[in-house]
Design a binder for this molecule. Structure first.
Ligand SMILES: [Fe+2]
Length: 295
């Protein structure tokens, strides 16, 4: 038992140290590399709160995806399920990202002063969970994704999503600090559970609505799906790449050739770029971003 406690404590302090280093990295990157000047209202919101609902219409796209997944066999023994993405779906996703989200992503490239690339794409269904069991079934405990802030996620609704379908719950950057204080937040399984209802944002919405969030600076969780309901979404994880990709043009799928399993099969090779594991690697990464910045 003592041994277990020891391991837990070690894990807790390693995480805490990592979070401190990542915060320093974020501050330095924001001061010396990021471009804060923008006229774009959505980017302003992203800077201020850490998230925003996009004004992009993905209704046709979301209808197409939800029709494609309708007949897939679903393992019934799990609380969430990742759908298979076939080649035709891949092409639809690619052209939707390029054509509809291209302008917005280029604004985010200006902000991060680096090329934006996709790290992971998942089409996911969450099923209902028992209300009274205090257990993490899917990411339904509050957490910050453990990576630096050059990482963000796009969530597209694959149906109308009402409150009983477990929409994403998220606090702004500022309110995250409040939540941490009020709830004596230590880690995803050690905090008091007092929801700050006036400050909490629940990402309910219509089919095809989409939401972009910085999930490493905004405390968030998947809402619990209620009995007889489910939630279908597509989640696209982006990173600002520290590499020189192409100074003159963008390619959101740049890493697809280099890491063929990462984008579509969710292995962690690309995402690891924004999860440096030692102080040396964090410093190295900062200088890589600095050396290769677009402007
Ligand atoms: Fe998360």
């Amino acid at each position: 038992m003592l041994n277990n406690l020891n391991i837990e404590l070690k894990k807790y302090f390693t995480k805490k140290k990592e979070r401190i280093y990542y915060n320093i990295f974020n501050k330095l990157h924001f001061k010396f590399i990021a471009n804060k000047n923008t006229n774009n209202e959505q980017i302003k919101k992203f800077l201020d709160k850490g998230f925003f609902k996009t004004n992009i219409n993905s209704k046709n796209f979301a209808t197409y995806i939800s029709n494609q997944i309708k007949n897939q066999f679903i393992r019934p023994d799990n609380f969430s399920f990742y759908f298979n993405i076939d080649d035709e779906m891949k092409n639809e996703i690619k052209s939707h990202v390029n054509n509809k989200f291209g302008n917005l992503l280029r604004e985010l490239e200006k902000l991060y002063n680096s090329r934006i690339t996709i790290a992971k794409i998942a089409i996911k269904r969450n099923f209902s969970i028992e209300k009274n069991i205090n257990k993490e079934f899917y990411s339904n405990f509050y957490h910050l994704d453990s990576c630096i802030y050059t990482h963000f996620k796009l969530f597209i609704n694959l149906s109308d999503i009402e409150i009983n379908q477990g929409p994403l719950h998220i606090y702004s950057k500022k309110d995250t600090k409040k939540f941490i204080k009020v709830n004596k937040y230590k880690s995803r399984d050690k905090y008091e559970d007092n929801e700050l209802n006036d400050l909490l944002i629940k990402n309910t919405g219509r089919l095809g609505d989409s939401f972009i969030a910085n999930t490493s600076e905004c405390l968030h969780r998947a809402g619990s799906v209620e009995k007889d309901y489910q939630r279908d979404i597509i989640v696209i994880t982006f990173i600002a790449s520290p590499e020189i990709i192409n100074k003159n043009g963008y390619n959101f799928f740049f890493y697809e050739k280099k890491y063929p399993k990462s984008i579509w099969l969710r292995d962690r090779k690309i995402i690891k770029i924004v999860k440096p594991k030692s102080l040396f690697n964090i410093i190295k990464l900062f200088f890589e971003y600095y050396k290769n910045k677009l402007n």
